[in-house]
Unconditional design. Structure first.
Length: 84
């Protein structure tokens, strides 16, 4: 295989603040494509804190494609934020 391996957590060795996001996601309702990365000086494992109002009982999914770059503290407001 040539190029970086999307199954590794760090695309750039020595820079743990940048991580291939799909390797850090625990929620079944968040789907991330290969090579999408998140840059956060406090660690890419913090990403799910920025997905707001994402309640399992609603059943909505956050899907982010391949080759995306997401900056620290980018927020994703999900359908659970809607109310009468």
């Amino acid at each position: 295989m040539k190029g970086p391996n999307p199954e590794e957590k760090e695309p750039m060795k020595g820079f743990p603040q940048v991580g291939y996001l799909k390797n850090f996601i625990s929620s079944e309702n968040i789907i991330i494509g290969d090579y999408t990365y998140y840059d956060d000086p406090e660690g890419p494992e913090r990403f799910e804190r920025n997905v707001l109002y994402h309640f399992p009982f609603i059943g909505d999914k956050l899907k982010i494609g391949k080759f995306c770059a997401i900056a620290k503290d980018a927020r994703f407001i999900m359908n659970g934020a809607n109310h009468n």
